[in-house]
Design a protein around this ligand. Structure first.
Ligand code: NCD
Length: 312
């Protein structure tokens, strides 16, 4: 019998979650944080195996899923450099997924193609977790980002959240907006060059939810009101025109000086990797959570998801 909305199910996109689901993840994440703090690990998932199938580079998502599985006593099959696997011989995604469904209880998939996780889910009964499909979605990152804001402020409601950088291609942005649309943030402020503006479908979902938003290309203008500053890198790999990437890549750099314009109570987040958009001297600012809480939460949230999805 299903124990929760997650057990035996796939995680393909943030749009599948209800507020109840998000609350379930938050509660379970708190349990996992306490567990790691108190004991480091448990054997809850002893005997379970996770395949981590990554067709795109990854450090945090891959590493935190592996750490999460191991802290819960499970095993894993690491398929990170698919260049060393049969994929390099031309194997289809479907065949690879079918293969690893025979060996594992859950498959975490990152793939450059939009919709790859849905394709994978169609050919297997083993739960699939979308760990990023092209410039589309990254639902587990959005849960950890949502958890980080909630854990810090108690709620996302009434918060002014500013998202900066490549809003066109940043899948963490897309997934986070979808979650925020279920709640009542005060305002979302989008800061991007015209070429990298947020796709209209996300604007539409904010309008439907009655959430106030602004779009600008000037970061300075919106810093004073900001409570959550969410920086992102310009996604080089999504550009057909590299000259355009070169033109846009350093448009926004968060410096120590700019931090002076941000409220003392604000927080700074970034899914990482950064490629210059946050100056190193911002790292030691107490408001910077991207190398500390936000990253730790990535492991706790993934422990929570593995536990919920693999519970019988
Ligand atoms: C992000 C991703 O892969 O979408 N990284 C991550 O998972 N933490 C962000 C990025 O690559 O810029």
């Amino acid at each position: 019998m299903k124990q929760n909305n997650f057990s035996g199910c796939d995680i393909l996109a943030s749009s599948q979650f209800t507020c109840d689901d998000i609350e379930t993840v938050i509660a379970k994440t708190r349990e996992m944080k306490d567990l790691v703090t108190a004991r480091g690990a448990s054997d809850e998932l002893h005997g379970k195996i996770m395949t981590a199938l990554f067709y795109e580079p990854s450090s945090r998502t891959f590493g935190s899923f592996v750490a999460a599985m191991q802290r819960l006593g499970g095993g894993f099959i690491p398929l990170q450099g698919v260049v060393y696997s049969s994929v390099a011989k031309g194997e289809t995604l479907e065949d690879t997924i079918r293969t690893f469904s025979n060996y594992s209880d859950i498959i975490v998939l990152r793939n450059p193609e939009v919709g790859a996780a849905e394709r994978a889910a169609k050919v297997t009964g083993v739960p699939i977790i979308n760990a990023g499909d092209g410039n589309h979605e990254h639902p587990t990152q959005s849960l950890l980002d949502f958890f980080t804001i909630t854990d810090h402020f108690g709620s996302v409601n009434d918060k002014t959240i500013t998202m900066v950088g490549d809003l066109l291609n940043g899948r963490t942005i897309h997934s986070l907006i979808t979650l925020l649309s279920l709640y009542k943030p005060k305002r979302i402020q989008f800061v991007a060059p015209t070429e990298l503006r947020i796709p209209s479908e996300y604007i539409l979902s904010l309008k439907e939810s009655g959430i106030e938003f602004v779009e600008t290309d000037v970061l300075d203008d919106v810093l004073a009101d900001t409570e959550v500053l969410y920086m992102t890198r310009v996604q080089k790999e999504r550009f057909g025109d590299l000259a355009m990437y070169e033109k846009l890549k350093t448009k926004y750099i968060l410096t120590h000086e700019l931090m002076g314009k941000l409220s003392p109570k604000a927080i700074v987040m970034h899914p990482f990797p950064r490629v210059g958009e946050i100056a190193l001297d911002v790292d030691n600012d107490a408001r910077s959570l991207y190398l500390t809480e936000q990253m730790k939460n990535g492991m706790y949230v993934r422990m929570a998801l593995l536990s919920l999805m693999l519970s019988e």
